[in-house]
Design a protein around this ligand. Structure first.
Ligand SMILES: [Zn+2]
Length: 309
C-alpha cells in the first residue's frame, strides 16, 4: 500500500496530483476486497481508471500477477485470523523504543541489557499494576460498546448450540440478516463474521459470553479474576489477596461495567480520617484521592473516582 502510494507520488511517473487519490482508492478496493470475485471486479475498475497512465497500468499488472501475496481475498484464511501484518511485533517494538529506550540511540550493549532488565521490567510491572488496580477503563468501554451492539439478541433461543467431538460451537444470527448464522468457537475465540475472523472480539462472541456464560479468550478482561492474575504477574507473592481485587460493587457479575465504584460503608462508620479508609492500606497516599460524603442517610458513601481505582 505504501509502496503504491510512493509510486504515485514519484515525480518521474508523472501522475497528476488530482489523479493520485482516486487511483489509490481504486487500488485500496482491490487490496481490501473480501472475495476473489469482488477483487477481480475492483481490479477491472482500477484498470479502467488508470487508462491514462500506461506506466501505472504496467506497474499494477505486475502487482496483480502476484496477488496471492498481498490481496486480502486470497489471504483471508482462518489460520491467519486477519493478521496481515505482525501487529504484536510492531506494537512491542514501538513500546520498547518509546518507553524503554525513550527514543535514545547511543547505548552500548551493556547499557541496553541494563535497560531491558530494569526499565523494561518496571515499565511492564507498572502497566500490569495499573490494570490490576482498575485504572484502565478501556476494556470496560469496549465491553459496553459491544454489549450495546449485541442487544438485538434478546433470548438464549435466538442462538443455537452445536456440540460435536471437536467441541462446542454456537450459531449466532447476524444482526442485518437473521437467516445468516455466524459460527462462534468459544474455545478458540473466533467467529466467522468479518470482524471475528480478524481475531477481534465481536458482538456475536459477546452474545455467547452473556447468554451462555462462556469464558472466551477474546472478551475484554473486566473480571476480578483477570485483575488478580495481572497483579500476580506484576508482584508475584507480594500481591494482595484475590479478595482485594474483587469488585467494589455489590454484584460480582463479570459483565458489570461501572466506571465509578460506589462503596457503601457500614452505618457505624460515620466519619473517616486519613489513613483509616478500608482500602487506603494498600495505596500510596499521594495517589489515592477520595471524597467522603456523609449525611443523607444512615450510611456514609465513599466515592472513588476512576483515576484512583
Ligand atoms: Zn462475530
Amino acid at each position: 500500500m505504501q509502496a503504491v502510494w510512493r509510486w504515485l507520488w514519484d515525480a518521474n511517473h508523472a501522475v497528476t496530483k488530482d489523479d493520485r487519490k482516486p487511483l489509490m482508492q481504486a487500488f485500496r478496493n482491490v487490496l481490501y476486497a473480501t472475495t476473489e470475485v469482488a477483487a477481480e471486479a475492483c481490479y477491472e475498475d482500477l484498470i479502467q481508471s488508470a487508462e491514462e497512465y500506461p506506466n501505472f497500468l504496467l506497474y499494477v499488472q505486475g502487482l496483480w500477477e502476484r496477488r496471492e501475496s498481498w490481496c486480502i481475498a486470497w489471504r483471508n484464511i482462518a489460520s491467519m485470523r486477519g493478521h496481515h501484518t505482525n501487529n504484536y511485533a510492531e506494537v512491542t517494538v514501538r513500546l520498547f523504543k518509546d518507553n524503554v529506550l525513550t527514543r535514545c540511540k547511543a547505548y552500548n550493549a551493556v547499557a541496553i541489557i541494563d535497560f531491558i532488565v530494569s526499565v523494561m521490567e518496571s515499565f511492564y510491572r507498572n502497566r500490569l499494576q495499573c490494570f490490576a488496580n482498575g485504572r484502565v477503563t478501556m476494556h470496560h468501554l469496549l465491553m459496553e460498546k459491544l454489549q450495546a451492539r449485541s442487544k438485538y439478541i434478546t433470548k438464549k433461543s435466538d442462538m443455537r448450540v452445536v456440540t460435536s467431538e471437536e467441541g462446542t460451537v454456537y450459531l449466532v444470527p447476524s444482526e442485518d440478516n437473521r437467516q445468516l448464522m455466524y459460527e462462534v468457537d468459544a474455545a478458540l475465540g473466533v467467529c466467522s463474521c468479518p470482524s471475528g475472523m480478524s481475531g477481534s472480539c465481536c458482538k456475536h462472541q459477546i452474545a455467547v459470553f452473556k447468554w451462555f456464560n462462556e469464558s472466551l479468550p477474546n472478551v475484554p478482561p473486566v473480571t476480578d479474576a483477570a485483575r488478580y492474575t495481572a497483579a500476580r504477574l506484576a508482584l508475584g507473592d507480594d500481591a494482595p489477596s484475590a479478595q482485594f481485587y474483587s469488585s467494589m460493587t455489590a454484584t460480582d457479575e463479570p459483565t458489570s461495567t461501572q466506571l465509578v465504584s460506589v462503596h457503601v460503608l457500614p452505618s457505624s462508620t460515620q466519619t473517616l480520617t486519613a489513613g483509616e479508609c478500608p482500602c487506603a492500606a494498600k495505596f500510596n497516599t499521594d495517589t489515592h484521592h477520595h471524597t467522603v460524603f456523609t449525611g443523607g442517610g444512615s450510611s456514609s458513601r465513599h466515592f472513588i473516582g476512576r483515576s484512583s481505582h
